[in-house]
Ligand binder design. Structure first.
Ligand code: NAD
Ligand code: UDP
Length: 357
């Protein structure tokens, strides 16, 4: 296999939460990155933060990391990136496709925006990939593609039947990629990574999660309550059929998730023939909201005031992954546990109370 230092990769949405942490890992491995982002939910300041963390200095960083502001729906932006890569003799060989919107709540209020960006953007992207014979892609899918009644652990064979527009857009992009793969003459190599609940931050506290758009995910909110930025955590329901009445999720450390992307990419780049895989990415362990909250308090010696409120519409009691497929195919195991996630998430929050501002 070619040395990764000779490989060029296109990263869409690479300044976002998962993208930025993955870029750092890829840079450390020597990949040459073309990162495209519209900054609809991230900050260009991530660039300097990644540079700060890059062990080999600014000159090498600037060689390896190319940031392009642009929208994936604009095919000229993506085409120009390919043309540049060819002119620089660094032809792009694969894509990690993070770009998209991710709020279930917002997708219910504005479904057409989600179809436009998540599906329209992906179609525009793959058209350019076809044109430039780049047919290796790792796609950010989600556990929300599963139906809401399957019992956990959720395996990749569980029924795909999302119950909100966000999940529908993810399932649709998976289907588009499956359809491309079925055209055997073209040899598409595809991995859809179905993430469960990524949380935490890089252990340095230099990069972390800082969404610009409104989000109502648990972990960033919990961190804001811990720092005094928000008064109280509202726990959505204490009458779920779980051991302590609060909902159970499968939290995974963001750096473990970044590792999974590197492994998925390496796996595809090593394969000669076409491939299509859907892989769950979680730890396989369920943690209740109260367990997460208590761990956060203990690990970080802080207090998180909370109240119980009604269940959030559309939520489910329990969701955690069956992870054997990803573990065996990628030869991967998570390194970090819930305590690590809470420690690193708090470190990021403490050092950056206003995010990247
Ligand atoms: P994020 O919002 O932090 O990152 C997404 C990035 O894509 C942002 O930097 C945003 O500016 C960019 N982007 C959005 N639309 C764009 C467009 N049209 N053109 C160019 N750039 C665009 O989100 P994240 O948490 O890093 O998630 C990355 C991907 O993983 C998303 O596709 C999301 O749906 C998926 N995902 C996330 C989670 C999660 O809990 N974080 C779970 C499952 C799946
Ligand atoms: N949750 C909560 N309070 C909040 C945000 C979320 O109790 O302020 C709950 C939510 O109902 C769910 C769990 O925390 O049971 C994880 O929610 P998140 O939105 O982070 O992830 P997802 O629901 O997509 O798994």
């Amino acid at each position: 296999m070619k040395d990764s230092s000779l490989r060029s990769i296109l990263i869409t949405g690479g300044t976002g939460f998962i993208g930025s942490h993955t870029c750092l890992k890829l840079l450390e491995k020597g990949y040459f990155l073309y990162v495209v982002d519209s900054f609809i939910n991230s900050s260009p300041k991530v660039l300097r933060k990644l540079e700060e963390l890059f062990p080999q200095g600014s000159e090498k960083f600037n060689q390896q990391f190319n940031l392009i502001e642009g929208d994936i729906r604009d095919s000229t932006v993506i085409e120009n990136i390919f043309i540049n890569s060819i002119n620089q003799n660094r032809c792009i060989e694969a894509v990690i496709h993070f770009a998209g919107l991710k709020s279930v709540e917002e997708s219910l209020l504005n479904p057409s925006l989600y179809w436009d960006i998540n599906v329209g953007g992906s179609i525009a992207l793959v058209k350019v990939l076809e044109k430039y014979n780049c047919r290796t892609i790792v796609f950010s899918s989600s556990a929300t593609v599963y139906n809401s009644i399957s019992d956990s652990p959720l395996s990749e064979n569980c029924e795909v039947r999302p119950c909100n527009p966000y999940g529908e857009t993810k399932a649709t992009v998976e289907n588009i990629l499956r359809s491309l793969y079925k055209n055997k003459r073209k040899d598409w190599r595809v991995i859809n990574l179905r993430y469960f609940n990524p949380i935490g931050a890089h252990s340095s506290g230099v990069i972390g999660e800082d969404p610009i758009r409104k989000t109502n995910n648990l972990f960033p909110y919990l961190s804001k309550v811990a720092s005094g930025n928000k008064e109280v955590l509202k726990i959505f329901g204490n009458d779920w059929p779980t051991f302590d009445g609060t909902a159970i999720r499968d939290y995974i450390h963001i750096m473990d998730l970044a590792d999974v992307h590197c492994l998925a990419l390496e796996y595809l780049l090593q394969k000669e023939e076409s491939r299509f895989l859907c892989l769950n990415v979680g730890t396989g362990k369920g943690t209740s909201i109260l367990e997460l909250l208590k761990t956060y308090e203990i690990v970080n010696s802080c207090k998180i005031p909370f109240i119980y409120v009604d269940r959030r519409p559309g939520d489910i009691a329990i969701s955690f992954a069956k992870t054997e497929l990803a573990t065996s195919i990628l030869n991967w195991k998570p390194k970090f546990d819930i305590s690590d996630m809470c420690r690193d998430g708090w470190n990021w929050q403490k050092l950056n109370p206003c995010g990247y501002q």
